[in-house]
Structure formats: structure tokens, C-alpha cells
Ligand binder design. Sequence first.
Ligand code: SOE
Length: 354
Amino acid sequence: MIKNRVVKVGLIGLGDMANAHRTMISELDELKLSALCDVNEDLLNKIGDIENVAVEKRFNNMEALISDGEVDAVISIVPNHLHARVLELCIQYQKPILAEKPFTLNFEEAEYLKSLYEKQPIPCMVGFSYRYTPSFRYAKELIQEGKIGKVKHISVRYLQSFGAPIYDVPFLWRFDKAITGTGALGDLGAHMIDLARFMIGEFTSVSAMVDTFVHERKNPVSGEMQKVDVDDYASFLAVLDNSIPGNFVTTRNAIGSGNQHEITVYGDFGTIHASCERPYEIDVCIIEDKEVQSSFETKPVSESYKRQQLEDFADLILGKKQEGTPEFFDGYQNQKILERIIESAESGRTVLID
Ligand code: SOE
């Protein structure tokens, strides 16, 4: 356990998402970016120079960074097919880790990691970042305080537009099953699943369908058209704890949607709607007097609901775990639910979540 000193963090994977983590690390006194790893030497040295990382702490091999005696904790932003290997190495070298979602490429990898983790647990956080959106945190509090009564059903959506044909996006790793595992389902659906688990409870069954709208895309290197073997769209009905039904839909083909992750929770005498695109307000309709016509009102969300994701990571490492921190089990359970969704879509049947 690291006590009362700055935690030296090694960052693996220096692509776009890494910039968000670099900024978050820079905002916290408890963490210091002390090591980097990427296969791209130019990128490694460019960011190493910007971040003043010692040349001997710039690695092109993830095991070298993870095993380094001066790396206290790891943040991993590698493509999905490498997630399990990073987690396996962090368990082997007993290094705390913040791993990006989706947890693994498939559930088989998650099962294997669980067998290792149970023997040698580590502080492990998963990048379900929307637990840190103020509007979702406030909505969760109001629901838990019973402000809308008993929850009866929910509706969750995560819509983006970048995959729509009109944008003619080339064949990226996000469309390659061998690298990404699934398409919109694991990329965006994983967030929907976690948000529902965070705000409402566990999944007990799913009934799903998936679809691919753009069946081939141009390989940016060869110029050849390449078959897309992942989903562009996923829709599923789920039953959560207390027999609460929920409908979920996610796609990258929703023209007009930016990063539209939202949830609507329907209770006995009230409804709450929250979106990540509106982090400091929620829409609420609560019946105070049934004789009076009620409508939705927009309520502000105070800054006090703001929490930076890496604050919880620092607290987890320093032995001060915060309630609601997404940990190893949350990643494992998320991957299990993704697997059962795929099984349901393939079989056309409802699948129980064991
Ligand atoms: C996909 O476009 C993406 O970058 C996801 O991979 C992230 O997890 C999500 O937070 C934003 O959208």
C-alpha cells in the first residue's frame, strides 16, 4: 500500500483517449505521470518531452513499464484486444490499475482474469467514466432518496453519429472484431450497462438484437473495401433487480447525435431524465398533488456533484476506496452481460444473467 506520498503513474497507450487521462493526472496532486509506454517511438518521445518523463521511463514494451520498480500504478488505454494482457501483467506484478472499458475482448478473457484476480487481488478500477457525470450522480441520489417513488421501469440510450454512411468513415480498429470485440455494443453499450448497474441494480435477464448497417468500409492503407464484422446497432430489453424492466439502444448511426448518453427513470409518482451532454441539469417531473397537472421542470445540478474519475483511482490506491468506484467485479459483470446480449441476439431468445 502506498502511503502519504505522490503515486507515480505509468500510462500505457498514448492515443487520443490518453490525452484526457494526462489532463486528469495533471489536475491531481496525489498522482504524477512518471512513465509512458507506446509502440510508436515518435509519439512516445513527443509526449515524453511534453510531460518531462525521463528517457529511461519511456517504454515500448508494456511488461517493462508494469514491472518497473518506480511505477506505483498503471493507467491503460490500449486497444481492446490488449486489455486482458495488461490486467494479467498488473496482477502478476501486483500493480494497481485503471483499465479502460470494455473490460476485455470477450467474456472468456474476463473469466481467466477472474481466476488470477481471486488468488492475487489488486486495486483495480475500470474506466466507466459516466459514473462521474454530475447529472447522473444527482439523479442517482434523488432516486435513492425515493423522490420519484418506487422505480417501475427505465429507458437508456447511447447514440452517436460518426459511423453513419454519409461520413464515409474508413475501416478503423473500432470496426475490426479481432481488435475491438464488438462494435457499438461493447464501445457504447458497456457504458449503458454500467450506468444502469450504478443507478438501479443488477441485470437478471436480457433479450437482444444487433445489426450492422455499413457492411464494408475502405481500408485507409490498402484502399480496398474491407468487411465490417461488428455491430453498428444494438437494442436490448433487460430485467434488473426488483423486476425492473429496461429498454436499451445504442448505435453510431444516429444522425444529429453527438455523444448522447442518457437515462430516463420512471417511478410511482415521478420521472427523472439525465444526459451526459447536460452535466449540470436534469429534467424532473414529480407529482406532489394528483389534482394538479404536473410537467417536467429542469433542475440545476450543483458543482458539489462533480468528481474527477482519477480522484477515486488515487483514493483506491491509497486505501480510501470511495463508494461507487467501478472495480474489477464491475468490469467482469459488464463483460458477462455483454456476452449474454450477444448470445440472446444470436439465439433470438431471452438469456438469464447468472
Ligand atoms: C466512442 O466514440 C467513444 O470514444 C467511446 O469509446 C468512449 O468510451 C466514450 O466515452 C465516448 O465515445
